[in-house]
Write a protein that binds this ligand. Sequence first.
Ligand code: 6GU
Length: 245
Amino acid sequence: MRIDLLTIFPGFFDGPLDTSLVATAREQGHLDVRVHDLRDWSTDRHRSVDDAPYGGGAGMVMRPDVLVAAAESIWNDLAPGEPVQPPLHVAGGERPRTVLLTPRGRPLTQALVRELAGEDRLVLLCGRYEGIDERVHELVATDEVSLGDYVLMGGEVAAAAIVEAVVRLLPGVLGNAESAVQESFEHGLLEHPHYTRPAEFRGHEVPEVLRSGDHGAIAAWRHERALERTRAVRPDLLEPTDGPG
Ligand code: 6GU
């Protein structure tokens, strides 16, 4: 899979992309990820990407000309400044899935992650400032995604979350294929508790059943604990209609 990240803070991604499974996926050729500085598409000498809002009010708004030019270049695999003819044209067909990271988007869920992991290409556009010109939503984004109901300073953390969540589902990336499906949310429940040695630690014991060797009893115990935990902290996941899938 190829992922293009568009941001005014390209350095933000140095850590997330060079760590752990994401780094391994890149080294092994499962993931081709490219980080682009939005300012490279700015046309003024200050390299500005924002401007004051029509109608007044606090804060700045990300400019449509810069963001649309950046998206067009990336869709068509062109460098900043290389002309795109005609505008919004995508060589070879439809524009790739282009996700705008914004608190007004729909919340990221494992169901959406699975969907995104099925794409050949993703473009992740990180919002900053108070907002993004509405024409970017209309002309560029195929999806608008939020990390949750709280406010971050920009979409970079959300983009890094998408990369991590998607990469671990790519074929060949996880050593143990089972661990990709057995995690929280893949069965609509939170995970059961885990234990490793020692059998007793500071007065806290590993449940007897896990040491019994009875695989049926172990599976039943784990399912019960997962249900119990989900009921306690995420009862919404047990409602039939709006779980994360
Ligand atoms: Cl994607 N961006 C910002 N600025 N805040 C957020 C978010 C995104 N998701 C949750 N809060």
